[in-house]
Design a protein around this ligand. Structure first.
Ligand code: KMH
Ligand code: ZN
Length: 311
């Protein structure tokens, strides 16, 4: 039986799914990303998941100076766990995406559990025009693109996590990814207890439904017993229903403009903090659970602690 510890609310503040035209509230510069992350932490997020973007155009990039600037500014402004992406954008090669781990030696970073189609091309037709040429090109390019995370890639990057005592958050987009994770645990490439981030609703991964989330958790229990914690991302309008289901099941939830731009139907979220506030409210009012502080989250997930990071 899963212990109903406090709930970890993560906030993914900018990502690589949405583009500047889609919301004027999407943070772009390192300063904006860090400010959004600190405000999200003040609203109750104990983990802030970060990507960086070209400061002039908003295009997703892997610039380590920008990552460092974000990480340092967030660390000065709050105690939240800074979790950089190693997923970057589906267009970026894995060897480029992993570089942030040796650079920042973070407590935690995302780690994607398999190669998938990652279709964003369907978003193009929702907008009459785009602010930057790269936006429709980037989105449409995903029609013929694989988000690459092969077994060989994972064999290369997982020892880098270990070397820097960075806990991988395992991004699981489909049921098969749980079997990949089990294989990697059995080979000693991932240490238990693992922390899984279930991602539902990406075009190329498992669909966003309550039934699918139940199934993912069932399979994880079959494979890992009690040796895992889990959080859930429901893409787009599924963010709050699936987040609420997750916390009602003893799991954790991620919100943020990376995965969802709307506070409610037809109303853009004006900040990441607004999305966090709503998830905190749902956690308390629907699931009857309290939200974990960064210190409690470190304890719950067995992280090395802020003082051991390189920023
Ligand atoms: N954008 C999410 C669906 C990563 O950054 O490594 C998944 C994600 C992956 O955040
Ligand atoms: Zn991400």
């Amino acid at each position: 039986m899963r212990e109903f510890d406090k709930t970890v609310v993560s906030c993914a503040v900018t990502g690589a799914i949405h583009t500047p035209t889609m919301s004027p509230h999407l943070p772009i510069t390192a300063e904006e990303i860090a400010a959004e992350a600190v405000a999200a932490a003040e609203a109750g997020a104990s983990i802030v998941h970060v990507h960086v973007r070209d400061e002039a155009t908003g295009e997703p990039v892997t610039d380590l100076d920008l990552f460092r600037e974000v990480a340092e500014t967030v660390a000065e402004g709050c105690d939240a766990i800074v979790q950089p992406t190693t997923g970057g954008a589906p267009t970026m090669p894995p060897e480029e995406r992993i570089q942030v781990v040796p650079e920042l030696e973070p407590e935690m970073a995302s780690c994607n559990m398999g190669s998938i189609n990652f279709g964003l091309y369907q978003l193009v037709e929702k907008y009459d025009e785009f602010e930057y040429d790269w936006e429709p090109e980037y989105l449409d390019g995903t029609r013929d693109l694989i988000f690459q995370n092969t077994f060989a890639d994972l064999e290369t990057i997982l020892p880098i996590f270990d070397e820097h005592d960075t806990k991988p958050e395992l991004e699981v987009y489909d049921v098969g990814h749980l079997y990949n994770a089990k294989h990697l645990v059995d080979r000693g490439l991932v240490q238990t207890p693992i922390h899984i981030q279930f991602v539902l609703g990406i075009h190329g991964g498992i669909g966003a439904s309550a039934k699918n989330l139940n199934h993912l958790v069932d399979v994880a229990e079959d494979l890992f017993g009690d040796d895992f914690t889990f959080s859930v991302i429901g893409a787009g309008r599924h963010e709050f229903p699936l987040g609420t289901q997750a916390v009602s099941m003893g799991g954790h939830a991620r919100v943020g403009l990376e995965d969802n731009l709307y506070l409610e139907r037809g109303r853009l979220a004006e900040s990441n903090a607004e999305l966090v506030e709503k998830m905190v409210r749902l956690t308390r009012e629907v699931a009857g659970r309290e939200v974990a502080t960064p210190v409690e989250t470190r304890e719950l997930l067995g992280l090395k602690g802020k003082s051991s990071t390189a920023f």
